[in-house]
Ligand binder design. Structure first.
Ligand code: PMP
Length: 387
C-alpha cells in the first residue's frame, strides 16, 4: 500500500505537536476562567496567554479577540445589523462578495434576503468599481470581503476596499480564514473593523476560532447571551483546551509562516508546471494568490470524479471548498468568475502545507498524468473513463 499524501490543507491542517501538548495540558485544568479562586486564575491565565498569542499573529490588541467555536460562528457574530463606526449611523444593509464562504453568503443575522452581492472579475478578484457603485448614494452598509479565497487562493485588495467602505461611512468585516498562517495579516494596517480566523487552518484544533472586533466599533449584538464571558460579546464557559491549542499553534506560526510560505510557493511552482505540461489550465493563474493554493481544470475533467481518482491513488485533494464537496454542486466561486460550464464543474483544488514534500508533489503529478490520459470525449458530453 502506497503512503497517503495529504494535499487538502485549505480544508484543514494536521494538529501541530505544540497545539496538541497545550490542549492536553489544559484538559487537566479544573478551574473555570471566570472564577476568582486559584484554580480559576490558573485557567484564566491559559486563556489570556492564548489571547495574546492569537492577537500577536494578526497584529491586533489582545482585548479585541473574541474566542468562538470557529470561523462559522465568527462570521455569524460579525454579520450583525446595527453595527457602526462612532460618527456613522447603524448599518442596515449588507454587501458581500460573490466568492464568500457560505457562512457569509447566507447573510448572518441580516438574513439571505438582505444580502447584496458585489461581483468579482474573471480572475476572482473583487470589482472595486462595482463595489463603489453599490455603496454610493445609499445608507452605510456592512461589507464582508474575504482576504483570500479558499478555492482559487486569489488575494483581495482589502486596503482599497477599506478605503471605499470608510469613505461611505460603512463597516468592513474580513474573513481571513483562508489567508490565516499563509500571509502577513495585520488587523490594524488592513483598516477593517472585524476579522474572522479559525484555529484548524493553522495546525490548531477544530471547533475553535476568533473574531477580532475593532476598539471603535459600536453596536455589535452578541449572538449567544448569558454569562459575561468575552466581555459580554460571546457568552458561555470558554473551550479552554481548544483555545490553549489555538494559542500554541499561533505561537508556532508566528515564527515559521514566512519560511513555510516560501516552501509552499516553490512546491506550487513545480506542481503547476507539471500540471500544465499534462494539459491542465490553472484558474486565476495571474491573480496575486496564496502561496499554497492551486485550482485547476482541463477539458473534459469532472471534479468529483477526479477527486475520487486522486483518492484511489492515495492522494487527498478537493473539488472547490471542502464545505461544499460531498455534494455534487458547481462551484459558486467559479460561477462568480463567469467560468464556462465545463470549468465550473471541473475545478480541482490542490493545497499544500508545511509538511508537504517534493515527493508528495511528484506523486500528485504522476496521478494527474494518469488521470489526464483517461479523459475522453463522448459526443457533446465529456466524461472521465476509468482511472
Ligand atoms: N471561511 C472560510 C473562507 C473557510 O474556508 C472556512 C472553513 N472551510 C470557514 C469560513 C469556516 O470556518 P470553520 O471551519 O472554523 O467554521
Amino acid at each position: 500500500m502506497k503512503q497517503r499524501v495529504y494535499l487538502d490543507w485549505n480544508a484543514t491542517t494536521p494538529l501541530r505537536p505544540e497545539a496538541r501538548a497545550a490542549l492536553v495540558a489544559a484538559l487537566d485544568i479544573c478551574g473555570n476562567p471566570s472564577s476568582v479562586h486559584g484554580e480559576g486564575r490558573r485557567a484564566h491565565k491559559v486563556l489570556q496567554d492564548a489571547r495574546a498569542a492569537v492577537a500577536a499573529l494578526v497584529g491586533a490588541d489582545p482585548e479585541t479577540v473574541v474566542f468562538t467555536s470557529g470561523a462559522t460562528e465568527s462570521n455569524a457574530l460579525a454579520l450583525s445589523p446595527g453595527v457602526h463606526r462612532p460618527a456613522s449611523p447603524p448599518v442596515k444593509r449588507l454587501i458581500v462578495s460573490a466568492i464568500e464562504h457560505p457562512s457569509v453568503l447566507t447573510g448572518g443575522r441580516f438574513g439571505r434576503e438582505f444580502v447584496e452581492i458585489a461581483p468579482v472579475d474573471r480572475s476572482g478578484v473583487i470589482n472595486l468599481v462595482e463595489l463603489a457603485r453599490l455603496l454610493a448614494n445609499k445608507p452605510p452598509a456592512l461589507v464582508s470581503i474575504m482576504l483570500a479565497n479558499n478555492e482559487t487562493g486569489a488575494i483581495q485588495p482589502i486596503r482599497e476596499v477599506a478605503e471605499l467602505v470608510r469613505a461611505h461611512g460603512g463597516v468592513l468585516h474580513v474573513d481571513a480564514v483562508a489567508a490565516f498562517g499563509k500571509m502577513n495579516i495585520n488587523f490594524k494596517s488592513l483598516e477593517c473593523d472585524l476579522l474572522s480566523i479559525s484555529a484548524h487552518k493553522i495546525g490548531g484544533p477544530k471547533g475553535v476560532g476568533a473574531l477580532i472586533v475593532g476598539d471603535d466599533l459600536r453596536g455589535l449584538e452578541p449572538e449567544l447571551r448569558g454569562g459575561g464571558q468575552e466581555k459580554g460579546r460571546r457568552a458561555g464557559t470558554e473551550n479552554l483546551p481548544g483555545i490553549a491549542g489555538f494559542g500554541a499553534a499561533a505561537k508556532a506560526v508566528m515564527t515559521t509562516w514566512e519560511q513555510h510560505a516560501r516552501h509552499c510557493e516553490i512546491l506550487r511552482k513545480r506542481l503547476e508546471a507539471g500540471l500544465k505540461q499534462a494539459g491542465a489550465v490553472i484558474i486565476a493563474e495571474n491573480a496575486s494568490r496564496l502561496p499554497n493554493t492551486t485550482l485547476f481544470t482541463a477539458p473534459g475533467l469532472h471534479a468529483e470524479t477526479a477527486v475520487i481518482g486522486f483518492d484511489l491513488e492515495g492522494i487527498a485533494v478537493s473539488s472547490g471548498s471542502a464545505c461544499s464537496s460531498g455534494k455534487v454542486q458547481p462551484s459558486h466561486v467559479l460561477e462568480a468568475m463567469q467560468a464556462g460550464p465545463e470549468q465550473v464543474r471541473g475545478g480541482v483544488r490542490i493545497s499544500l502545507g508545511w509538511e508537504t514534500t517534493e515527493n508528495d508533489v511528484d506523486r500528485a503529478l504522476e496521478a494527474w498524468r494518469k488521470l489526464a490520459g483517461t479523459l475522453v470525449k463522448k459526443k457533446d458530453e465529456t466524461v472521465l473513463e476509468r482511472f
